[in-house]
Design a protein around this ligand. Structure first.
Ligand SMILES: Cc1cc2nc3c(=O)[nH]c(=O)nc-3n(C[C@H](O)[C@H](O)[C@H](O)COP(=O)(O)OP(=O)(O)OC[C@H]3O[C@@H](n4cnc5c(N)ncnc54)[C@H](O)[C@@H]3O)c2cc1C
Length: 328
């Protein structure tokens, strides 16, 4: 693989916004490496029969003028729509959350199904090794994997790391999330927008009917379980977990109408504590940045990990890297 100026690890919204920002600032030699089959990360949409289900983020909210400007432009282009919520709109992608990231990554070079296994310090930068044993040199690195996975990647003894920063990152814990996806033979009794997050049984956080949401030609329902429930049931057999989810939501989806069921297990869904900075450089001298949804701007009003925190973190670290590279 060719040597690169900047390598971005992870093609979620943070990595893709960082790459777009670098490009906008005139830095072109960027390479994004993604271990999955698709870009998007936790903005995930699954095809089920001829339907679709979002099983990561369902929507995004907007608290900053930066994201508002993008959201307005995306609405104008027909990429996203105002789903529900007044006066705080919930925006969603018209064809699944994953598709929004696909659209945003159209001009970005992404290598899919390549997992970064090791980062080593070498003269003038870093050597990155992938799971297929290929390796290449790069001047700067941005890691956008969920923080515990980022910390794991920083274990190589050759790296001259900022010990305090690593300690801070090591304290960031992520909650798990279990999401059941049910394909129904009949329409559900969910409200016309297809979304419920109030008055639900214990352990259930949210239920979404994607036909009513407008992204699926058939009724596919995602049931999101709360963090504590998910932690408790994470290692159980999928079949038992799906049965328990179905039993909890019987008042919303009729078990006899379930044609197909699938489970998504998120080991890293959202951070329980955050860093009050949009990104950090974990190296004592060289550009080795970590960014992502757990990195909040000091002015952040929501105080939690979400689409918007990841989006802003990507833009801020992209600007920082561009400034640094132009100064070299
Ligand atoms: C179940 C669930 C529901 C959610 N609901 C909402 C919601 O309704 N609204 C909202 O605003 N937010 C929601 N979120 C949070 C939102 O999805 C995230 O905050 C945001 O998508 C994080 O983006 P990111 O780019 O920082 O991280 P990610 O999307 O996790 O991207 C990181 C990427 O790095 C890749 N990667 C990791 N390690 C490596 C490696 N070694 N080599 C190569 N690639 C690697 C991963 O495969 C991944 O694609 C939800 C999240 C989950 C899990």
């Amino acid at each position: 693989m060719q040597d690169r100026d900047v390598t971005i690890i992870g093609a979620g919204i943070t990595g893709i916004m960082a790459a777009n920002t670098l490009r906008k600032e005139g830095i072109k030699d960027i390479h994004v490496i993604e271990k999955s089959k698709s870009v998007g990360g936790r903005l995930a949409t699954r095809r089920i029969e001829n339907g679709k289900a979002d099983h990561g983020a369902q929507f995004f909210t907007v608290r900053t003028s930066t994201l508002q400007e993008y959201a307005d432009a995306w609405v104008e282009k027909g990429w996203v729509k105002h789903w529900f919520g007044d006066p705080y709109p919930r925006y969603t992608s018209v064809d699944g959350m994953n598709h929004l990231v696909k659209r945003l990554s159209e001009n970005i070079q992404v290598t899919l199904q390549a997992k970064v296994m090791d980062i080593k310090e070498v003269p003038g930068g870093f050597q990155v090794t992938l799971d297929n044993e290929e390796s290449f040199k790069t001047g700067a690195i941005l890691i956008t994997a969920p923080v515990p996975q980022a910390v794991e990647l920083l274990q190589n003894q050759t790296l001259t790391l900022n010990v305090e920063r690593i300690k801070e990152l090591s304290n960031i814990q992520f909650q798990r999330a279990l999401v059941g996806m049910f394909t129904m033979s009949k329409s559900t009794s969910l409200p016309s927008n297809g979304h419920v997050d109030k008055g639900l049984p214990e352990g259930v956080e949210r239920i979404v009917d994607h036909h009513k949401k407008g992204i699926s030609s058939i009724p596919v329902v995602s049931v999101y379980m709360r963090g504590e429930w998910s932690d408790h049931n994470f290692l159980h057999q999928d079949e038992l977990t799906l049965r328990a989810i179905k039993e909890s939501v019987m008042d919303y989806i009729e078990p006899l109408h379930v044609k197909d069921e699938q489970l998504k297990k998120w080991r890293y869904a959202q951070a329980s504590s955050m860093i009050n900075q949009s990104y950090v450089n974990v190296h004592q001298v060289l550009p080795l940045y970590v960014a992502g949804d757990a990195f909040l701007r000091p002015t952040d009003q929501a105080g939690r990990t979400r689409f918007e925190s990841a989006f802003l973190s990507g833009i801020d670290v992209g600007n920082q890297l561009a400034t640094m590279m132009k100064g070299i």
